[in-house]
Design a binder for this molecule. Structure first.
Ligand code: NAD
Ligand code: GLY
Length: 386
């Protein structure tokens, strides 16, 4: 990571409450605006990007009830007409059926190639709408207005879009960068606690993968981040966006370093698949357990010093996140079954699993030579401890 401890803990006050992080991708570079009450400025920020004052907003029913009106009012105040498309909330909307409906509605709304589509919602909406934008008329422009913590710090930045199929999560998709991300941290005030915590798993991920100072800062400030829309929250979201922007600028198509962002995800995705992508285990919770497993597994392989995993697990537990397979309700497949789910991982090469392992907090690395038998034995022990 580029930022130092001093930078991560510096107040954002120098730019007012809002901060803009640039994702440096040459002529496709785009801003990520982070701060409170930005939805009210959406029209003003979006208008200069539009080829004509016409757009479509895609959102889910829950977010529509809470935040759509203010977005519409802001767009209308700058003369932008917006068709609205609303899908059911939840992971089930990352499906071919929902994609077909959204594409059909966007064509019905006369969205042309130079037009922008606005994704207002969590990671499900961002991934679904981003993918629809990638394939509609061979590619239309889009803007992310992330409304969950997870989406603000991870999924809305970097251009990964896609849907789930029966073989696994995100297996059908495209890289398609947005033209702007508008991360209004005030929107997080309406998030259910469970969703906020799940998003926090992705926040702490940035500390664990490459920024030990950020991890220590989070350890001191996680209660303030959760409690209110204040400087600690803005700073946490902006720090994550800076970290992600730097990685994406370096490795847009995940040929190397970007894979680090998947810390905890190889285990996590298998657990999500094994629990049917249901409310038994939501994405961020699966990532939290996955990160705890990645640290325990790294310790087991002798890669990091004993006690490191305990420190990570203590922090995740203090936030209220699960860290063990025992905290997942209901039955799970055996270790072989879990490894079979891992094989569907997009990062698998010639059937070999890719793991993000750690040498310590803030010292993650990509490993492509992990022995399957060692993973299976480790998972068998973790399952036996349930
Ligand atoms: P989500 O979009 O399903 O949102 C979670 C729930 O919160 C939904 O019910 C939603 O309606 C509700 N909600 C959203 N904003 C709200 C608000 N402000 N107030 C109250 N309720 C609100 O889930 P998520 O956790 O945001 O995203 C998970 C998805 O993101 C997964 O599909 C995952 O694969 C994907 N993801 C993608 C990337 C990427 O790089 N593209 C990265 C990480 C995760
Ligand atoms: N969420 C992982 C990535 O964007 O690469």
């Amino acid at each position: 990571m580029e930022h130092s401890a001093a930078e991560t803990s510096a107040p954002t006050a120098r730019t007012g409450a809002a901060e803009t992080v640039m994702v440096e991708l040459g002529d496709r570079r785009y801003p990520v605006h982070v701060g409170p009450a930005l939805l009210a400025r959406a029209g003003e920020l979006v208008r200069p990007l539009l080829a004509r004052p016409h757009t479509a907003v895609v959102t889910d029913e829950t977010v529509a009830a809470l935040h759509l009106e203010r977005l519409q009012a802001s767009l209308a105040a700058t003369g932008i007409s917006a068709e609205v498309i609303i899908v059911p909330p939840g992971e089930q909307s990352k499906s071919f059926a929902a994609l077909e409906r959204v594409c059909d509605s966007l064509l019905g709304a006369a969205i042309e190639r130079r037009d922008h589509v606005i994704a207002l919602g969590g990671g499900v909406i961002g991934d679904l709408v981003g993918f629809a934008a990638a394939i509609l008329r061979r590619g239309v422009r889009f803007i992310q207005v992330p409304t969950t913590l997870l989406a603000q710090v991870d999924s809305s930045v970097g251009g990964k879009t896609g849907i789930n199929v029966r073989h696994g999560k995100n297996l059908i998709g495209a890289f398609h960068q947005p033209d702007m991300v508008l991360a209004d941290t005030s929107l997080l005030d309406t998030l259910p606690t469970r969703e906020f915590r799940a998003g926090y798993a992705e926040v702490v991920k940035y500390g664990l993968l490459g920024d030990a100072a950020f991890f220590r800062w989070l350890d001191a400030h996680h209660e303030a981040i959760a409690a209110q829309d204040g400087p600690e929250r803005w700073q946490a979201v902006a720090t994550c966006c800076r970290a992600k922007a730097a990685i994406v600028a370096e490795d847009e198509f995940e040929t190397g370093r970007r894979a680090l962002l998947n810390l905890g995800h190889t285990f996590g995705h298998a657990l999500e698949a094994a629990t049917g992508y249901s409310s038994r285990l939501i994405h961020g919770e699966a990532v939290a357990i996955g990160m705890a497993l990645a640290f325990r597994f790294s310790e087991r392989l002798g890669l990091c010093s004993p006690g490191t995993a305990t420190e990570v697990i203590r922090h995740l537990a203090a936030v209220g996140l699960p860290t063990t397979l025992g905290q997942i309700d209901g039955s799970l497949p055996d270790a072989k079954g879990l490894v079979a789910f891992m094989r569907q991982d997009k990062k698998a090469v010639a059937g070999k699993l890719t793991f993000i392992l750690v040498r310590g907090i803030g010292e993650a690395f990509v490993s492509r030579d992990v022995d399957d038998a060692a993973v299976e034995a480790f998972l068998a022990e973790e399952l036996a401890a349930r």
